[in-house]
Design a protein around this ligand. Structure first.
Ligand code: SF4
Length: 490
């Protein structure tokens, strides 16, 4: 991951989880909003799952598909590139966040010039673009992105950060949203009825949908077999962005690929039930390449690594990449329910964030996240692709301990001592050096035995509670060598 990309993540995760969580715990309104939203979603999910007699079999299939994909990721990514290109799309590869942002910026500038458009783009809800700080990168270049998902729009207008994978504005209640819209959309008469709020957002966005010819999207799934891209959503705003603009730029992590079109049969059953407690999403959009006269005529897909191949290289934590971003683990987690998403200092909050963020950051900062769990296993039980999150958490905790102990003074001392004991020459030299070094601290008892009762600095830890015998003036081996010499001389 590039230094710039790490900076983006480090900036977010600059505080320990415990420190950030303390602040969240003091916000009673936030905790009330969270409790309400998580309970509603969990109850709906419970109902939808209970009506599926083969739910456990579906989970097993989901796990098998994701496992097989990750084992053969290189093959399926290349297959996707080939199929997408054949269908008229252009595939780009990005090593990290910096590279992905610069490809988007280049494509956006080219599209603005081609379309003779203003410096604006539409955006479909995408956690991947949040991960790489794309909005910031666009604004720095004078391009204004419009979030079109209602929750993302709330986050953008409030200059806030998402706190949930599926419902990014979960921490906001109706009154807070009304106040934001009144202020930002200049609607002093706005009521707090949900329909009124939705209608205000619709009016705000419609004008932009009709005016802006460039859209940027994420992807729920990429289909290797067909080169197609799939997005599921509830509002239809994504569908507008996928059909109205002339240029569509899709950015997806390399983990989003599925081998076959048929795999959607499993994914589109487990994802909506786990995410929003719905039998299916109201809008399931699938598009493949370019069709003359129908939808975007310029279609680009950016396949982004940004730390994912490092995760793939670890046999235990590789399962993190199986995630289909349903958010069920967040809703069920007792820690997340109390602290909310912002305490995780990452766009990926909750149990999945606790394992994904430290790995994306190669364990830099975010080291406290693997400890943001009681290891109760609730996340594992609800995960539709059976990711064993507690197992990965423990694995990452081991890594944190190993990394910290590499600089531990006690461990370094033991290493040095081991090296001395492994070599006779080094041992003899150390004994000689010790005799000289301890001389100022020696004192003799009545029988002539020399003792050390005080040592300076860290070594004082030994002499605080015990006296040490001084190193004898002559060791047994030295005495024996001398004696042998004398005998030989005779
Ligand atoms: S880890 Fe599992 S439960 Fe959590 S978001 Fe990913 S797929 Fe959903």
């Amino acid at each position: 991951m590039s230094s710039e990309a790490l900076n983006i993540l480090n900036h977010r995760a600059s505080q320990s989880f415990a420190t950030a969580a303390e602040r969240s715990l003091e916000d009673t309104q936030l905790r009330k909003n969270l409790r309400h939203a998580a309970t509603v979603i969990q109850t709906k999910r419970g109902r939808m799952v209970a009506e599926m007699p083969d739910w456990q079999e579906l989970r097993t299939s989901g796990e098998a598909i994701r496992h097989h994909t990750m084992e053969n990721l290189d093959i399926y990514l290349e297959q996707f590139e080939e199929a997408c290109t054949k269908a008229g799309g252009v595939v780009h590869w990005a090593r990290d966040a910096e590279e992905a942002c610069s490809i988007v910026l280049r494509l956006t500038r080219e599209a603005i010039a081609r379309e003779g458009a203003s410096n604006e783009v539409l955006k479909i809800k995408s956690m991947t673009t949040e991960e790489i700080g794309l909005n910031r990168a666009l604004e720095a270049e004078g391009v204004h992105p419009y979030e079109t998902d209602l929750a993302e729009l709330i986050i953008q207008l409030g200059q806030d950060e998402p706190s949930h994978l599926v419902v990014p504005a979960l921490h906001k209640n109706r009154e807070q949203i009304r106040e934001l819209f009144m202020h930002e959309m200049n609607l002093p008469e706005l009521g707090e009825d949900p329909q009124e709020l939705a209608s205000a957002a619709r009016t705000f966005l419609r004008e932009r949908f009709l005016r802006v010819p460039i859209a940027i999207s994420g992807a729920n799934f990429l289909i290797a077999e067909t080169g197609g891209v799939c997005i599921v959503e509830s509002e239809g705003n994504g569908r507008m962005c996928l059909t109205l603009p002339n240029t569509l730029i899709t950015i997806a992590g390399i983990d989003k690929v599925l081998p076959r079109f048929q795999d959607l049969e499993v994914m589109l059953q487990i994802l909506p039930r786990s995410a929003t407690g719905e039998r299916m999403n109201p809008y399931n959009s699938l598009w493949t390449g370019v069709w003359p006269g129908d939808g975007p005529q310029n279609f680009h897909v950016i396949l982004m690594d940004n730390g994912r191949s490092n995760i793939l290289a670890d046999a235990v934590s590789r399962q993190t990449l199986h995630c289909i971003r349903c958010g069920a683990c967040q809703n069920t987690c007792p820690v997340y329910q109390q602290t909310g998403g912002h305490a995780y200092g990452s766009v990926y909050a909750g149990p999945i964030g606790a394992i994904l963020t430290p790995q994306l950051m190669q364990m830099q900062a975010a080291e406290t996240l693997p400890y943001a769990s009681s290891l109760c296993g609730a996340c594992y039980e609800v995960c539709p692709v059976k990711i064993n999150i507690p197992e990965v958490l423990v694995h990452l905790r081991n890594k944190v301990v190993e990394k910290r102990s590499a600089l531990n003074p006690e461990k370094l001392t033991m290493k040095a001592v081991a090296s001395v004991f492994r070599s006779e020459g080094r041992f003899r030299a150390a004994v000689r050096l010790g005799r000289v070094a301890e001389r100022p601290f020696e004192h003799a008892d009545g029988g002539g035995q020399k003792w050390i009762s005080w040592l300076p600095g860290l070594l004082g830890g030994w002499t605080n509670t015990r006296d040490l015998r001084a190193i004898p003036g002559e060791s047994f081996r030295e005495w024996w060598d001398k004696r042998k010499k004398k005998v030989n001389l005779r």
